[in-house]
Ligand binder design. Structure first.
Ligand SMILES: *Cc1c(COP(=O)(O)O)cnc(C)c1O
Length: 330
């Protein structure tokens, strides 16, 4: 709303390469009437192809170059692309929904310092807070701030959900204090989970690159009945993850991939050692075809040992307690 008008052009990451649905024709971008063009993608390294993306940006001359993914294994090569942004004079927008907490912890990339105009993000993915959105920019233009504000309200939202603003403030304060350690352990866990699954015969993407530099890993489970079936089977074992399109997929209903993030288990105190236990539980369902109900008992047992919060002011506080109130509620 702030950066582009209907019929303007925007370059984005394709859905099947990990782009978010709001960046696509059927999402907010299309509703706004903005025309999208997808960057060429190098599936071997699960990242934007730098030379191809430069060519695309020079050719299309977009109003906005948008980056950021929902399947986000490695940082976007912003430094390598920078020269074409100024060459064609486009605005740049980094959708850091998934990786906001890793950026805050200094463990992914630093898009604003890399010259990006606007960073948007979710406060409930790797930033472990209540559901909100965030827009950050250091562009000095006042007119830009006005159009951003107008885009948000009355453009796309109205109420700002005041009930969870205090919780968000706590999350941000905790992120300043513990964000680095949390991001660090999250990424370590993701790598360890990738290694554990790889050792148990699963096709975890980007083995040669250490599987990931983020909280996410992606597994091609085509040989094990595909992502849709496996996500359902794993859910029966109390392991919640989602089916996901991979770059070589064509059917969004029955994709080859499953995607998982390590941030929640890290928050509950699990480390590399537990990641290999988690990998074993997943492999028992996916590779060995064990009855998910049987595996579920072991999943529950493992999880019962991890019910406390970490990387927060009240280290070790129960994660699942409901506040109790003894007073008179009349
Ligand atoms: C999740 C996601 C969104 C949507 O964010 P919500 O705050 O959950 O609505 C936008 N962009 C990307 C890249 C995402 O992964």
């Amino acid at each position: 709303m702030a950066l582009a008008k209907p019929r303007d052009k925007m370059t984005t990451v394709a859905l099947s390469d990990g782009g978010h649905i709001s960046h696509a024709k059927i999402g907010a971008t299309g509703v706004r009437g903005v025309r999208t063009y997808n960057y060429p993608f190098d599936e071997k390294v699960m990242n934007i192809d730098v030379q191809g993306a430069k060519r695309l940006i020079r050719e299309v001359k977009p109003k906005v170059a948008l980056f950021g993914q929902s399947v986000y294994l490695f940082p976007t090569p912003l430094d390598e692309l920078k020269e074409v942004f100024s060459e064609v004079g486009c605005s740049t927008w980094y959708d850091g929904a998934h990786v906001l907490g890793l950026i805050a912890g200094g463990r992914f990339q630093d898009p604003l310092r890399q010259g990006i105009d606007v960073v948007s993000g979710s406060t409930h993915k790797t930033l472990p807070g209540p559901q909100h959105g965030m827009i950050i920019s250091d562009l000095p233009r006042e007119s830009f701030e006005t159009s951003l504000r107008r885009g948000v309200f009355p453009g796309v939202t109205s109420n700002h959900h005041l009930h969870s603003v205090a919780a968000l403030a706590v999350t941000l304060a905790e992120t300043k204090e513990f964000g680095e350690a949390y991001a660090d352990q999250t990424i370590r866990n993701a790598k360890a989970l990738g290694q554990g699954l790889h050792e148990r015969g699963l096709d975890v993407l980007c083995e040669r690159l250490g599987f990931t530099e983020s909280h996410t890993i992606v597994v091609d489970v085509e040989e094990f009945h595909g992502g849709a079936k496996m996500a359902k089977e794993l859910e029966r074992a109390n392991i919640i993850l989602n089916k996901n399109l991979l770059p070589w997929d064509s059917d969004p209903i029955r994709p080859c991939g499953i995607r998982m993030g390590a941030q929640e288990l890290a928050r509950l105190g699990m480390k590399e050692k537990e990641m290999s236990e988690v990998a074993e539980l997943i492999a028992r369902v996916v590779v060995k075809g064990e009855d998910p109900e049987k595996v579920k008992a072991d999943v529950v047992e493992l999880k019962h040992q991890f019910t406390k919060l970490h990387y927060c002011f009240f280290e070790g506080e129960e994660a699942y307690d409901y506040p109790s109130y003894d007073g008179d509620l009349r």
